[in-house]
Design a protein around this ligand. Structure first.
Ligand code: UDX
Length: 442
């Protein structure tokens, strides 16, 4: 396979960006989805979600004709050489991963391979519990197609590590590429797509690849919750947690990244994946006290933040907040598991009138809650006439707000910084009452 044709099942965040990367590298790529509107958008060169650099990459690949989208999964799989499974694996109520989309994708692949003579490589990219590739994907494809893994088709598990907000950059510049291979032929089939990438490429067992993704996200989430536990300790000792984390980060064994204390982690991966690991460990009778407390700390941070607000303001009933930031992190319109929801919900319980602004995520936020929120067209209007400000997402737009702006717009210049977006000393010098997670004098 010199220049394999690629099909991608699931044109969400991971699927579309993965597809565009291969298209940009010159491979003919088709993104498959069940949502007609999404397929139309992709074919018309309109990116279905916001991500820096995505729209220009998308337009470029449409112009070169290397990417297209389709609803016809069986035909597109049959006409390609490598198929990636990039469908969602949402959380069930008990935290475990819902694999129904994986099952459907595997059936479609089986259907396509039934009438195909040539060798085909199937690649699982979705985040899936260990054993899923072998027990579910391979078995389902074999049953439906009547073909044999290792003989008629190859199989790999190739997790993605994209971060929202820098996903396009991450996709072109990965720290590593992990390929769990069923056999050498499968791995070699997939590696053709990655020849051009200059980073460590790790070949391993399929189950190891499945677990590497969960372990990576669990570890990163643990770093954040660790920093958040220390934030509360530091507050009590009148010490800045950012200084403490900087001090430990110089140790190369620790490194300084993902130690930023704040109101906790959100997004489509960390909460879901840590809960999935806990659920799958529980199922096999394995204890996970560290991971249990990673979630516990994360759920406590918004409560702790609201307690800081209550302690500072006193009775919150009837107060107005200029609430800045609804997305789970900057440079995305994604609100999945955003900490804005528990914080706003507690503030409303206390009788606060919420005037919220986000540069990208207001529509999405309004879809996930019916809480009575006034959505404002700018940060200025959110702050104007409010009694205090809350920063929930560290968008650059908010980092540029100056002390004089807070003084000009707020009724009283009080700023609660959930993401440590500001230099506290300079705001304090400018007459702001500053309260930030892990900051002194709380
Ligand atoms: C994460 C992983 O980083 C990525 O490798 C994986 O593929 C998907 O999950 P993502 O969810 O896009 O990516 O965002 P990330 O930048 O990791 O941030 C997740 C959450 O943690 C955000 O809410 C962010 O605000 C929070 N966070 C991150 C902190 O609170 N402190 C930090 O130091 C880092």
């Amino acid at each position: 396979m010199d220049s394999p044709r690629v099909s991608i099942i699931g044109s969400g965040y991971v699927g579309l960006i993965t597809g565009l990367v291969f298209a940009k590298k010159g491979f003919d790529t088709v993104c498959i989805d069940v949502i007609p509107d999404r397929v139309d958008k992709i074919n018309n060169g309109i990116s279905p979600f916001f991500e820096p650099r995505l729209q220009e990459l998308h337009s470029e690949c449409i112009d070169t004709g290397k990417i297209r989208a389709s609803l016809d999964s069986v035909k597109e799989i049959r006409d390609s050489d490598i198929t990636f499974i990039c469908v969602g694996t949402p959380s069930r109520d008990d935290g475990s991963a819902d694999l129904s989309y994986i099952e459907q994708a595997s059936s479609d692949i089986g259907e396509a391979l039934r009438s195909k003579e040539r060798y085909h490589v199937v690649v699982a990219k979705s985040t899936i519990p260990p054993g899923t590739t072998e027990e579910l994907i391979i078995k389902r494809i074999e049953t439906v197609s009547g073909k044999k893994a290792g003989k008629d088709f190859g199989v790999c598990m190739n997790p993605e590590f994209l971060k929202q907000g820098s996903a396009v950059h991450d996709a072109f510049n990965p720290d590593r590429i992990v390929i769990g291979e069923y056999d050498t032929r499968s791995g070699e089939g997939l590696q053709v797509l990655y020849n051009d990438f200059d980073c460590p490429k790790m070949m391993c067992d399929i189950k190891a690849a499945e677990l590497i993704k969960y372990a990576a996200n669990s570890f990163l989430a643990t770093k954040i919750s660790f920093a958040n536990d220390f934030a509360r300790i530091c507050e009590a000792f009148n010490v800045d947690v950012y200084e403490v984390m900087k001090g430990i980060g110089y140790d190369y064994r620790i490194n300084p990244r993902f130690l930023n204390a704040g109101v906790g982690f959100g997004g489509s991966c960390f909460p879901k994946d840590v809960k999935a690991v806990i659920a799958l460990a529980d199922e096999i009778g394995v204890e996970t006290p560290i991971l249990d407390s990673v979630i516990e700390t994360n759920e406590f941070q918004p409560i702790h933040f609201v307690n800081i607000i209550k302690r500072t303001i006193g009775d919150l009933n009837g107060k107005k907040v200029g609430f800045l930031g609804l997305s789970f992190k900057p440079n995305t319109d994604d609100v999945r598991e955003t900490r804005a929801l528990p914080i706003i919900s507690s503030l409303i319980d206390e009788g606060v009138l919420v005037r919220a602004y986000d540069p990208e995520a207001m529509e999405n936020f309004a879809r996930i809650t019916t809480l009575p929120i006034d959505y404002m067209p700018s940060w200025r209007e959110a702050l104007n006439g409010s009694d205090f400000a809350v920063i929930q997402t560290d968008w650059d737009e908010f980092k540029n707000i100056r002390g004089k702006d807070f003084r000009q717009y707020l009724n009283s210049p009080i700023v609660f910084d959930g993401r440590r977006s500001y230099n506290p000393e300079s705001l304090i010098k400018e007459g702001i009452v500053y309260r930030g997670i892990g900051w002194k004098n709380l």
